[in-house]
Design a protein around this ligand. Sequence first.
Ligand SMILES: Nc1ncnc2c1ncn2[C@@H]1O[C@H](COP(=O)(O)OP(=O)(O)OP(=O)(O)O)[C@@H](O)[C@H]1O
Ligand SMILES: [Mg+2]
Length: 588
Amino acid sequence: MKQLLRSLSYLRKYWRLAAAALVCMVGNVVTSLAVPRLSQTILDQGLGQGNLQVVISLSLVMLGLAAAQGFLQFANGALGARTAQGIAFDMRNVLYSKIQSLSFSYHDRAQTGQLLTRATSDVEMVQRFLGTGLIQLISAALMMIGALILLFTTNWRLALVMVVIIPVTGIIFSLFVRASQPLFKTTQVRLSELNVVLQENIAGVRVVKAFAREKHEADRYERANQKLYDVALEVNRILSLSFPSIFTMANIATLAVYWIGGSQVIGGSLTIGELVAFTSYVMMAFFPVIMMGFVLSMFSQAAASAERIYEIIDTSSEVVEKPGAVLLPPIQGRVAFEDVTFRYYQSGDPVLKDVSFVAEPGQSIALLGATGSGKSTIINLIPRFYEVTEGRVTVDNYDIRDVTLESLREQIGIVLQETNLFEGTIRENIAFGRPDATLEDIMAAAQAAEAHEFITSFRDGYETRVGERGTTLSGGQKQRVAIARALLLNPKILILDDATSSVDLTTEYRIQKALDRLMQGRTSFVIAQRVATVLNADQILVLDKGEIVARGNHEELLECSEIYAEIYHTQLQDTSKDEALNPVAQEG
Ligand SMILES: Nc1ncnc2c1ncn2[C@@H]1O[C@H](COP(=O)(O)OP(=O)(O)OP(=O)(O)O)[C@@H](O)[C@H]1O
Ligand SMILES: [Mg+2]
């Protein structure tokens, strides 16, 4: 409820449209209320006294009213829809920017299907209520008040019937609302759960097929689907019970009016016209109750959805820009870790413990260590994807928490362990970080990443479209496009997390050669499983369970570090040093 009130602020921008819709709605209510009065006059003064003139002229007035009513209803619908769409448009944009601004640690835990549901279905629920429900609610209230006033002015003794029946209806009605209210929230929760399964299965369809788990996953989906179906049926059951009971109350009221009013007509204290107008007003007093039923169900749905939407909007991002953060000027590329301790989610065992090192401008740093030792974690801290728990990270002696995220990140080229490309052409993908790059620049970057050759072998070359997440490319091709994408930025700091893991030795060797050239003048961080890729590094950091256990260059480490010697020997067993360094010569 509180969140729904907050969402009212989205109406502010559209208040003119909303007010115009409201005016049309009020006009519609007034014309509706006028009709029974006219019927009454036609009956009593026209038919009752045999005056055809009254019948004809009032019929024409009624015709005019009907036309006006049609127009008002149309205008109200159109204006309401525009308001609603505008609100939905703004809400979706706000949610999207919010989701995008949330840091890695949020997305590590968030379920994509959940986010999708909130950004679409939940927004729609709120939009429906704010755009149409609210206006209907006001008009229903007006209609009911108007009808009741007219009932009492027509015949107050007869109107007392309503004094009994309306509160009874109200009580029945509130019972239904109370029963259905929690179910609306459940509906949205189950819809999200269904979308989580759906999203996971579409994204992971290849794994599902590879493990022949279609049946199992289909069952899982069906169970989630069944749960949604059940709660939807439950909601419908309550709603379909509520409307007939309100109609029944309306019919009982009409019956009572005919019974009591009929005897008054026979007694001569009430005219037939009044009785007919009266029964019409009885229906008009009940109609808003039904209307409110619709609106209140919309209201409960919107309240549940608004809560879910604001849950995202209110999430504070772990990584936030300091107020007054400065622009990081063009950098030399010095990176230093000072006693950095890091925990994911600020709890549990530290993943990095007292890590300190300095990478001088232009140096290449290789990170080595068993899987899970914290290599990716270290490089994720440089562009400030996560916030350090203790200690600090500096770039050119600027604490990275003091500079704007954009000015920091645009000077760092990064190839993540999991390559993600976007739907679009190869050219667009390489130019992702610099959309204004010329084709020459793009080709140069692709050449450096050893990607030019395979790209030009495609019929459409650089204009070849790659599917969602780049699925139409091979793993190695994808990686090379990602390397080209990072190189195009011409960054002073280059980070390659296992960037050559999916390419064959020959390609790796060639990329390595090219990178050696490219790393000139850049500070580079390389994580590679193969020792061959790190032999030329200026500094090798050997990690074990989040701690730097040895550091130095290849020769130094081979002498003094047992762990390094072990990694070196076990990982290079399949290829001799010469072969790894020059497989092309061997092949030829
Ligand atoms: N997003 C995350 N949330 C929580 N814990 C994480 C997250 N990413 C990694 N970890 C944990 O942090 C530790 C270090 O992981 P990290 O990814 O840095 O290892 P790594 O050295 O890069 O391994 P690999 O060679 O397999 O890529 C692991 O124990 C891992 O379980
Ligand atoms: Mg890793």
